[in-house]
Ligand binder design. Structure first.
Ligand code: AMP
Length: 250
């Protein structure tokens, strides 16, 4: 334990969700590295990238008090020193989140690969909030025999149920109210019910709502043992995602 490294990659603007990941990491290892790097490769929308909140000083303080032993905020050139070796997420990266954001998961794997090469962690902790990302990273690590154990941490929510996200800073009080429909819809038992609930909120514009099989990340069927509702949509120009395990599907 003492000479292992637990790693929490982030894009900064740290909130209580990130801090739980850091606390989780601290239970795995005495050395906890937190990276803060807003990775341009995973943004398809330049406006979203430009507006992404940045606060390196505040983040460093928060990370250290949550148990990080090293906070690393690399520059673009440190991560991508010469020609970028792009990693493809393949077909898995084209589903759901990847349908609209075609290069997103390639960008995620490309940066995770570079971060792992630099930090050389034994464990890396990722949140269930980004469930498809977690699935794709686990899959990539397994297929390529990357010597890093991927650990997941449950989604951390505000008391009203809204999943914490750095982008929530950009929600007005009214937007926030609209955004809460996502959490409500995740309480449904079927896709139809999920869609009906989402349709009651005029401030929410649906991208997709599905129930997937956690083992395959395909749409769940009667044989699926572990199912999860996944929702993405827009509130006042801001894209939000969330997911939750489900008991059964009809
Ligand atoms: P980000 O800074 O958004 O790239 O997120 C860094 C890590 O924190 C990723 O593994 C995310 O899945 C995780 N994360 C973000 N929000 C939450 C949350 N509300 N609960 C748990 N993990 C989260």
């Amino acid at each position: 334990m003492s000479d292992s490294i637990a790693f929490v990659p982030t894009m900064g603007a740290l909130h209580a969700g990130h801090l739980e990941l850091i606390e989780h990491a601290r239970k795995l290892s005495d050395e906890v590295v937190v990276s803060i790097f807003v990775n341009p490769l995973q943004f398809e929308n330049p406006d979203d990238l430009a507006k992404y909140p940045r606060d390196i000083e505040g983040d460093t303080e928060k990370a250290l008090s949550a148990g990080a032993t090293r906070v690393w905020a690399p520059t673009f050139d440190e991560i991508y020193p010469s020609e970028i070796v792009k990693i493809s997420a393949g077909e898995l990266g084209q589903r759901f989140e990847g349908r609209e954001r075609v290069a997103h998961f390639d960008g995620v794997l490309t940066v995770v690969n570079r971060l792992f090469q630099n930090v050389k962690p034994n464990f890396a902790i990722f949140g269930e909030k980004d469930f498809q990302q977690l699935f794709i990273i686990k899959n990539w690590v397994k297929e390529n025999q990357i010597p890093v154990e991927i650990i997941s941490h449950p989604t951390v929510r505000d008391s009203d149920g809204l999943a914490l996200s750095s982008r929530n800073q950009r929600l007005s009080a009214a937007d926030r109210k609209s955004a809460l429909i996502i959490h409500q819809a995740l309480g449904a038992l079927t896709k139809e019910e999920m869609l009906q609930i989402l349709a009651t909120e005029p401030g929410f514009k649906l991208d997709y709502a599905e129930i997937i099989d956690e083992e395959s990340f395909e749409i769940a069927n009667l044989e699926s043992l572990h199912k999860r509702g996944i929702i993405a949509g827009w509130v006042n120009g801001l894209r939000l995602i969330d997911n939750s395990p489900m008991g059964f599907v009809r």
